[in-house]
Design a protein around this ligand. Sequence first.
Ligand code: FE2
Ligand code: FE2
Length: 472
Amino acid sequence: MSSIDYSERIPNNVDLSSDKRLQRALEKWQPAFIDWWNDMGPAGGWQERDVFLRTAVSVDKGGWAQFGFVKMPEYRWGIFLEAPEAGRLVGFGDNAASPVWQEVPGEYRNTLQRIVVTQADTEPASVEQQRWLAQTGPSQYDIRNLFQVNVEEGRHLWAMVYLLHGYFGRDGRDEADALLERRSGDPDKPRILDAFNQPCPDWLTFFCFTTFTDRDGKYQLAALAESGFDPLARTCRFMLTEEAHHLFVGETGVRRIIERACTLMKQDPNGDARAQGGIDLPTIQRWVNYWFSYSVDLFGGEISSNAADFFAAGLKGRYKEMSKYTEHTALGQTHAIPLLRDGRLVVEDVPLRNAMNEVLREEYRDDCQKVLERWNKAVRDQGVTDFEFSLPSTRFHRRQGVYATHAFDPNGNAIPLAEFEAHRAEWLPSDADRAYVASLMKPVHEPGKMANWIAAPPRGIDGRPLDFEYVR
Ligand SMILES: [Fe+2]
Ligand SMILES: [Fe+2]
């Protein structure tokens, strides 16, 4: 089950050749995907280069990645699901303890399709957002990591399209086509979620995006990996393996910018990293505030009947539902959420099922907090003692949910809008910040060399040295 058949036109471990109808449908979608990749994937001549990429060879833990040079359009995108668990039962909600579904239950068809399409749409969106970045890549190592993330997001799209084609009939095939028609940031046919329509013009944005927005992906996939719809659960489990690398790219990317900023501060007579051509720590904090707030929006409303329905049906669980919780009905329990009442925050108890988005968002926030603590350790390790990064409140700078109608400071205090505006340039990237960061984005394509604003990573990829030619 776990080995992947690469002799097929579409590599897979789902015995695709035994289902000729599905195989033909996917083989029809494949050229449209390649066209989309060529149009909207990495721009600027990179598609003809040989890139040192990993490809999944098996879904077994530890033994699934093989490294080698490949031209991106020839990457073996395919359909890889984690092995089924014998006798698996729905783990939570009203259908708990009944066998998991191998086909879509009729009553949940629309709901499930919406869940799959929404997740699927984020995968090509991020590739579109990042398509120009290699042109200003700070090193070969980073450009290679960018391309690795890009091809894997392409594979995640394949994973979701397999579900749409395989389980949702005609509607699913139409949705799979539409995934290649929407475009990130296009006013007429935008991607579904807001964060995926934001531009990604510089590498600080890319590293913040992969830290915070890909991490939202991790939590959504983890919640769906608990699903009673077994093909979805198995698909998401394998995607999580790949997602871990994206989070690594983001977290270590920001950390290297921080380390370099600290080094430049120490070199500068006034302790000014910008004067030495670095990205100063307060600017990095503003990028953190921006991307964290856009990413917490992705979890949906704090009080949500949809979230309650997903949980009740057994379609979407909590983070680590089966390993972390012992009670799986979530009935007769509440979750405390601060809500605005006459301009003041009042903590109210919300029925737990209706608070599932917020429960997942809090898990995510706590994970992000740990990332910031590791970044703060990097600051201290550099001997800088007068700066600490802080994660903004999940109420800060929201555009979705119950806090979107009011202004909050980064500590989560309700404030008048005028006060927010007075502090905007201190809390969020200003036009001047963006122009400054953009001015630093000059390509460094020589093997082993790093742009001035980022520290070298401690080691290369798959045991190769740092000055290895990762892109030829
Ligand atoms: Fe993804
Ligand atoms: Fe990702």
